[in-house]
Ligand binder design. Structure first.
Ligand code: NAD
Length: 501
């Protein structure tokens, strides 16, 4: 098909598709087919300015809408979304490549946050202290911030926006969302569904784009806060530029997640966990396990079990009931495959090389099969880089102490896990390990929606994590009122600080 005949995906502003003024576009590919299926607009600074203006105007009424009115929209959105989730999963697989069952899993985890946001009236309840001094009461309120920006990555085109906009909106803010330009359609689909659920026009807007659009959000005086998720260098940049402009910023970055395996662990459970967490979504998850840290005495047996399971995985088109789909782009696939050459050059042992994989899919798809690299030197880029693909490394250590020291030396601190039958070791690990999310016999410890999601160190810039009560804190500001209703009497002039009486 002539690429100029492809449809163009518009922004969503003021409750309708909107072309904006920028003429820049970028192809969106179906990674399993290796061909472009549409183009997406890349918004300019002026396009972002317009969307912020629309969101600012919508805030005038949404910011003071009753809690009941906001809550009704969230309940309705949840109902519609639940009924139509398969439609979104198809769209998601067609742009991201992850297998349909995984797309549905992503949607389910995102819906949890919608359910959490349905309880917003409970979450923004303030505190009240009666009669702190004679006739004086003190109470606190949580109020929305205004217009907030959300910038999301390609790897969870539904779930990551859902980490943020339901809470922001239920708390009374209006939103400008800048999704990944690689798989932008789920964001527009969800914005249209929010409108169907009764959300007033302009409360949730989507502007597509790249650095220009992100910078415009970071610099705009009327954007009060920005939530970002993406790679560490961009997260750091977004945090620095946004906070320099006086905004609240939470910027979640990249990861290199380690799974420590002690000799007493159930190796079959560990092998299943390593394969699921290493190769699910083709390793393109910020919580993917990319390094198995195995104590020497069980490493050979574990590698054999992992290899056995890998042989059963079917790589192919996510619409064909395969286990693992393609990578997001040809360039990314080539970059990830290049780490297998680096592994050999650095003296590691490539146990399974995914470059020769037989796929159930079109030949032009961006394929790379599951790959396993043992005895990875910790100086190798295979170990130090976030590869973000289906390459699982094994590093061998002498015991618990050496394993924890290795994990704590990583610049990242997103997720980590320990596999053991020793409760004492697990308790020590949860205390000593430097990561924001810890699994005990659980490989991908993504917190449920009423806890909060976020890493430590170079995996999160800012003070608040995503969703849960941290999300509510991020999107609201507290106001504390000290009020006095006098009895019909007058205390007279007194220039001193009030003394409690
Ligand atoms: P990315 O950093 O390339 O892009 C993320 C967003 O930033 C996109 O919307 C993109 O358009 C924008 N962007 C890209 N370059 C920019 C620039 N120079 N200036 C301003 N904005 C820019 O990340 P990605 O490749 O889309 O996603 C994968 C990364 O996201 C991985 O590193 C992964 O670990 C990370 N991630 C982290 C979490 C987490 O919770 N910590 C969750 C999901 C993904």
């Amino acid at each position: 098909m002539d690429p100029t005949d492809l449809p163009v995906l518009d922004h969503w502003v003021g409750g309708a598709a909107w072309a904006g003024e920028s003429t820049r576009t970028q192809p969106v590919t179906d990674p399993a087919l290796g061909v472009a299926t549409k183009h997406v607009r890349l918004g300019s600074t002026a396009d972002v300015d317009h969307a912020v203006e629309v969101a600012r105007a919508a805030y005038e009424t949404w910011g003071v809408a009753s809690m009941a009115a906001r809550q009704q929209v969230m309940f309705r959105f949840r109902e519609l979304f639940t009924a139509r989730r398969e439609e979104l999963a198809e769209i998601l697989t067609g742009e991201h490549g992850k297998v349909l069952s995984d797309a549905l899993g992503e949607i389910a985890r995102g819906l949890e946050v919608v359910e959490f946001a349905c309880g917003m009236p409970q979450l923004v309840k303030g505190a009240y202290s009666e009669n702190v001094s004679t006739g004086v009461d003190v109470y606190s309120l949580r109020q929305p911030l205004g217009v907030v920006g959300v910038v999301s990555p390609f790897n969870f085109p539904a779930m990551v926006p859902l980490w943020f906009f339901p809470i922001a909106i239920a708390a009374g803010n209006t939103v400008v969302l800048k999704p990944s330009e690689k798989d932008p359609s789920p964001a527009v689909w969800m914005a249209a569904l929010m409108q169907e659920a009764g959300l007033p026009d302009g409360v949730l807007n989507v502007v597509h784009g790249d650095k220009e659009a992100v910078d415009a959000l970071l610099d705009h005086d009327d954007v009060a806060a920005v939530s970002f998720v993406g790679s560490t260098p961009i997260a750091r940049y977004v945090y620095e530029r946004g906070t320099a402009a006086g905004k609240r910023v939470q910027a979640l970055g990249g990861a290199k997640n380690h799974m420590l395996v002690l000799p007493d662990a159930d190796l079959d459970l560990v092998a299943d966990a390593a394969v699921n967490a290493g190769f699910g979504s083709a390793g393109e998850r910020c919580m993917a396990v990319s390094v198995v840290v195995a104590v020497d005495s069980v490493a050979d047996a574990l590698v054999a079990k992992v290899r056995e399971r890998m042989a059963t995985l079917r790589t192919g088109d996510g619409r064909r009931a395969c286990d693992m789909g393609p990578l997001i782009t040809r360039e990314h696939r080539d970059k990830v495959a290049g780490y297998l050459d680096a592994a050999v050059a650095d003296g590691a042992d490539v146990v399974v090389d995914g470059r020769g994989v037989e796929v159930d899919g079109e030949p032009d798809g961006f394929w790379l099969g599951p790959s396993l690299v043992d005895r990875v030197p910790t100086t190798s880029a295979v170990y130090t880089d976030e590869i973000f693909g289906p390459v699982l490394s094994v590093v061998r250590v002498g015991g618990y102490e050496e394993g924890v020291a290795l994990i704590n030396a990583s610049p990242y601190g997103n997720g980590t896990a320990i596999f053991t039958h020793d409760g004492g070791a697990a308790r020590r690990f949860q205390r000593e390990v430097e990561a924001g999310m810890v699994g005990v016999n659980v490989p991908i410890p993504v917190p449920v929606a009423y806890h909060s999601f976020g890493g430590w160190k170079a995996s999160l810039f800012g003070d608040t994590k995503a969703y849960g009560t941290h999300g509510v804190d991020f999107y609201t500001r507290e106001k504390t009122v000290t009020s006095r209703w006098l009895d019909p009497s007058h205390g007279g002039v007194d220039l001193g600080f009030p003394r409690n009486s």
